[in-house]
Design a binder for this molecule. Structure first.
Ligand code: 3HC
Length: 718
């Protein structure tokens, strides 16, 4: 028998265990091994029933996505060949019970649905998340799921890609029993019960009872396609999965499976699948960092101190409280502290209204947050996060004060700064304990946004860094380690992008046209809407603090400073690039359009119209060119890290993979040529990054570069 599958027989039950760490993915060895094990169990006269169970942390979490990646890039051999196994399972005369714990996802759930019965532990989860990879279920899931849970529920699960919990699954008919206590024991007892029953065991593929009638079908399909278009904007797979599910209701099982396979392969080779699979592995790659190994000890973090109860401090406090961490939060003024606490309470109330939390959950979280006006207890914290506004002198003072608290109580916690642009090393030096200092750059709202840039200073110790990585993970965030340069990776790249958007309006486009082009490209929001949301004063303060951001190349943007001088700070003042009514929707403001034109004309700028393609090239290519510099200078470890930063923190569409992956797909030679042309036309700020020039000349990609560099990271892991 093949290695990842083991078979043991106990009191008439064959227990087939899948052991293919880390997540028991359906590799060819697993599939072959299962076939052999089923044959053996079926022909063993001492076996009355069969239980299939996963070893380790989970049941099967899906097909092997590495194999799917091969399919995406042109080879058919990576797709799981699973039809024969599923048919064999279903046709076995002895009852087959699938025993699920952890996450039964994708091909894992499809495997389970071919069993006659399914049981799960109370916290088990089941789902078809394939759409998140740009594909649809490809192992008959679209044909079996609606037969078990009905078409409406199947549409909801397949379109959203969200797993459901065991209780919901039981209710929907996806599983037959929840097993409390030891799963193998409970599942075996259940299997014996089923073996003792008279008659044959249910084959999912033969069931019709939950499928909709001809009159119900059109409404369900329309609602499903509507859901896909509204909730999964720009994604192809969620719409296509409804087509495959429709086949379950209109075609015989085998023909439905053929239809599913056809759609699966079409999507598996699509640009979106390439990009989303890239995004999946990119996100899992960020924890691999030189100097950090499995042996690097991260300190446990259960008590956090936060300095500054503004928007960022409050959001970070909520993120910590949500993760079960006790928080002490301090602010320089009693009013600031009160306002901060009131805002947290208001945000939690919204979560209750939306059904995300119960009032009891909110009470529990608020009880974890202690507001105070001093540093009492900070010396015993495991981590203190400073989250005040961008002012170097203030941040240094706080670093010194936090270090003194630790010294006074012989504490040894980490000192983190939530600066978004400033020099970590300068702050670290001021603290007197530079090895304990790290940047934790959260994104607003910090209790919602998944990204944290973890800024490694030149003296940050491996343990401090590992602690920061562990905290990010505990908060449910994706922590990307970046180097210490002005703006780090995300904001450093954003400034040229933002300025290019501003230059475009000076040259004749309008803010709404630029924003529409960017959202049409797939960005979550346009640049001007983002600036209004973040507050124009934020970038204004950065421009004052950091001269390199105030004047890109020889050209200074004309409008942003003027808007700030007029008190137009964006949404919070009701006016910025746009004007805002009660609905907080941006409306074009003739006053701003007139100001832009007046300033442009006064500075002799020739105005003309722009196509959306020109707007995308000017803005997105500026982002890519700066990304290449960041990479070349070593402030990002991998191009893929930049992609994770931009898809998780800046609203770049994951279905385009991230800016660097997008650049690969456009072709680095093409990007380089356009950047060079802009350099000629628009001047020094467009000088092509040497790395971009080099890769374009070599005819290679950022992804290839990452692969080449990966060898230097061997041995490092999360
Ligand atoms: N195939 C290959 N590797 C996988 C995998 C899969 N299906 N799922 C997870 N992994 C790997 C990760 O790459 C990571 O590897 P690394 O340690 O070398 O970086 C490791 O398993 C652990 O993964 P996470 O860090 O994500 O661990 P978590 O505990 O945070 O999450 C999980 C576990 C919920 C299973 C999460 O990994 C996940 O959501 N995986 C993807 C599930 C999925 O999309 N399944 C469907 C696949 S497509 C399919 O089945 C097609 C079918 O219809 C034919």
């Amino acid at each position: 028998m093949n290695q990842p599958i083991s078979l043991s027989v106990d009191q008439g039950v064959a227990l087939i265990r899948i052991d293919n760490p880390p997540v028991n993915a359906l590799s060819p060895e697993v599939i072959n091994g299962l076939e052999v094990a089923i044959d053996r169990a079926a022909s063993d006269p001492s076996v009355q029933a069969i239980v299939v169970i996963g070893a380790g942390r989970t049941f099967v979490a899906g097909a092997d996505i590495k194999g799917l990646e091969q399919v995406a890039w042109g080879s058919d051999s990576g797709a799981p060949e699973i039809h024969e196994l599923l048919q064999k399972l279903e046709d076995t005369s002895k009852p087959v019970v699938m025993a699920m714990h952890g996450t039964a996802l994708g091909g894992g759930l499809e495997l389970a649905m071919a069993g006659h019965y399914r049981v799960a532990v109370p916290d088990g989860q089941m789902g078809q998340p394939e759409v998140n990879l740009g594909i649809i279920p490809g192992a008959e899931g679209t044909q079996r799921l609606p037969r078990l849970v009905g078409l409406e529920k199947a549409i909801e699960m397949c379109v959203s890609g969200r797993p459901i919990k065991a209780a919901d699954a039981l209710n929907a008919g996806l599983i037959d029993r929840i097993i409390e206590g030891d799963l193998a024991t409970g599942a075996s007892a259940f299997a014996r019960e089923m073996a003792a029953r008279a008659g044959s065991h249910p084959k999912t593929r033969e069931r019709q009872d939950k499928l909709p009638s001809a009159s119900q079908l059109p409404g369900m399909l329309e609602a499903g396609r509507d859901l896909a278009r509204k909730t999964r904007r720009n994604l192809q797979a969620p719409v296509a999965v409804v087509d495959a599910l429709e086949a379950a209701a209109t075609l015989p099982f085998a023909e439905g499976c053929a239809r599913e396979r056809e759609i699966f392969f079409e999507l598996a080779k699509s640009e979106q699948a390439k990009a989303l699979i890239h995004a999946f592995f990119a996100e899992r790659g960020v924890s691999k960092v030189p100097g950090i190994s499995k042996d690097t000890v991260a300190a446990p973090v259960n008590h956090v101190g936060i300095v500054g109860a503004g928007t960022m401090g409050g959001g970070i406090a909520m993120a910590c409280a949500n993760a079960g961490i006790d928080v002490r939060i301090t602010d320089a003024s009693p009013d600031g502290l009160d306002r901060g606490i009131a805002t947290m309470r208001k945000n939690y109330d919204v979560s209750v209204k939306r059904g995300r939390f119960t009032p009891a959950m909110v009470a529990e979280r608020m009880a974890r947050i202690t507001p105070q006006l001093d540093y009492e207890g900070f010396g015993e914290a495991d981590l203190v996060i400073e989250a005040v506004f961008e002012n170097m002198a203030l941040k240094k003072d706080i670093a010194r004060a936090v270090a003194s608290s630790y010294e006074a109580s012989k504490g040894d916690g980490v000192i983190a700064t939530n600066t978004s642009t400033l020099d970590i090393d300068e702050i670290a030096a001021a603290s007197g304990h530079p090895s304990k200092v790290v940047g934790l750059h959260f994104f607003s709202p910090a209790n919602v946004m998944r990204l944290v840039e973890i800024v490694r200073g030149k003296a940050t110790s491996p343990e401090t860094l590992a602690t920061a990585q562990a905290v990010a993970k505990r908060l449910g965030k994706v922590g990307v380690v970046v180097g210490n340069c002005p703006g780090f990776v995300g904001n450093r790249m954003m400034f040229p992008y933002m300025y290019e958007a501003q230059f475009l309006v000076e040259e004749g486009a309008t803010p709404q046209q630029v924003d529409a082009a960017l959202t049409g490209f797939g960005m979550a929001m346009g640049m001007f809407a983002v600036d209004d949301m973040a507050g124009l004063d934020v970038a204004w303060r950065v421009r004052q603090e950091l001269k390199q951001f105030s004047e890109p190349g020889a050209r200074k943007p004309l409008v942003a400073d003027r808007l700030c001088e007029m008190g137009r700070f964006g949404q919070k003042t009701g006016k910025g690039w746009y004007v805002y009514g009660d609905d907080r929707k941006p409306q074009p403001d003739p006053e701003v359009l007139a100001l832009i034109e007046q300033l442009a004309v006064a500075h002799g700028i020739t105005r003309r119209s722009f196509t959306n393609d020109e707007i995308i090239e000017r803005t997105i290519y500026a982002l890519i060119n700066e990304g290449a510099r960041v990479l070349e200078e070593g402030f990002a470890l991998r191009a893929a890290d930049i992609d994770v930063i931009y898809t998780n923190g800046y609203g770049f569409p994951a279905w385009r993979g991230g800016p660097m992956f997008y650049a690969d797909r456009v072709g680095l030679k093409n990007i380089y040529e356009r950047v060079s042309a802009f350099h000629q036309e628009l001047g020094a700020r467009w000088a092509p990054a040497p790395l971009l020039a080099q890769l374009a000349k070599e005819g290679t990609t950022f992804k290839e570069l990452d692969k080449r560099r990966a060898s230097s990271l061997v041995g490092a892991s999360s």
